[in-house]
Design a protein around this ligand. Sequence first.
Ligand code: ATP
Ligand code: SF4
Ligand code: MG
Length: 384
Amino acid sequence: MGAEDGRGARPRGARGRRGSARGHDLARRRGEAGPAPRGLRPVTTGEPLLSVRDLAVSFATAEGTRVQALDGVSFDVPQGKTVGLVGESGCGKTATALSILRLLPAPSAQIDRGAIVFQGEDLLRLPERAMQRVRGGKIGMVFQEPLTALTPVYSVGAQVMEAIRLQERMSLKEAKTRAIELLRKVGLSHPAERFDSYPHELSGGMRQRVLLAMALAAPPRLLVADEPTSALDMALRAQIMALLADQARELGMSLLVITHDLPFVAEIAHEIVVLYAGQVVETGPPSRVLASPRHPYTQALVRSVPPAGSFRKRGEKRKALPTIEGSLPDPGSAPRGCRFAPRCPDVMDRCREEAPPLFVSSRPPASVRCFLHERAAEPGGGAA
Ligand SMILES: Nc1ncnc2c1ncn2[C@@H]1O[C@H](COP(=O)(O)OP(=O)(O)OP(=O)(O)O)[C@@H](O)[C@H]1O
Ligand code: SF4
Ligand SMILES: [Mg+2]
């Protein structure tokens, strides 16, 4: 199955409200989805909105070989819920997001196998025309690089207007009024004055808000946000996460938030999915994943997070946080057994020979790809 080029979602205007800057308010925001806004089907079934199954993606290299960026990735995004996809740089987060939107770079990227079922349809089998409609309204995306995702030669206001007018016919005047309202609602200060600014004239946080306004120009059923906070300082990260959570709750959207920021996303997510070297290694509710991570990689990830409220006093030395020794395996030469084996403090002989499957348990729904948890797996559990 080949990957395709295409444009990101350019959805239509919607209602939102400004998020609080306080990180500790975030957990409160992880409520159930609110009533579906006009134009969206209400949530009526327990079926996941999005189901990624056994997704494998490879890229062509300059040497004429292929590297396996994703290898059997499976996870669900339930209706009206937020899933946080976390993992270190190069583990395959963006490749997952671009696969969902079918925006992987052609011709180098290839989807080798798997299914991406959205509202009962496998997106990988949809004709490109139908896929454009999905991108245009049902699935929105906030891209990783706000500066590159915005066109440098058009004002930010013009770009939000374009997103609105692509979805709904209206006069330029009406579209401008809607665009300013939308920019205000995503928390851009002085939106009327900033309407004519060019992307390079805005800060990273402001650009991120513009992208969010464009993605929310029509409330998509699912919003995929790839590293929406990585370019921002700590206070702004909390603000943008809060904004996302507010919008999701208010508009009844599902969210897939892709990030390095495990503690931030844990505050708003209903489920965490940890990726390592192109595979899911752990899933579970954020409270459990943070409090008692099972996979040695997740444990190292959690240990490397600064404890809440760990502010230094003036003159006090910065305490070094534990880091994860070593680096991700090259996707072209992943180890034969467990991919984490070269870095794992608990490695056993078996781990170097045999690849662990994902061991699944149901209370709470969780999974872990590690032989240390084989006994906890349920009959019929181990998979992927
Ligand atoms: N266009 C490409 N050509 C070749 N290899 C690619 C390409 N895009 C991604 N890859 C490879 O696929 C793997 C996954 O990349 P991806 O961009 O999904 O990582 P990521 O988890 O999003 O990282 P980051 O946190 O740095 O954004 C990496 O090994 C990367 O080198
Ligand atoms: S399977 Fe073995 S190497 Fe892999 S994470 Fe578990 S203990 Fe470590
Ligand atoms: Mg990325």
